[in-house]
Design a protein around this ligand. Structure first.
Ligand SMILES: [Zn+2]
Length: 47
């Protein structure tokens, strides 16, 4: 778990199905580029 990293620097990893995946140079986390542009919130898809 990382805390406090706002992923200010990322590098492009690959694209799949029209989705760009990037990796944070700070914490190494990989996520969708779209997620970086929208404010990530806690996943509460409770069923
Ligand atoms: Zn980060």
């Amino acid at each position: 778990m990382t805390s406090g990293c706002t992923h200010p620097r990322t590098e492009f990893i690959y694209r799949e199905d029209g989705v760009d995946y990037v990796r944070c140079l700070g914490c190494g986390q990989v996520f969708e580029a779209e997620d970086l542009e929208t404010v990530p919130v806690a996943e509460d898809d409770g069923e």
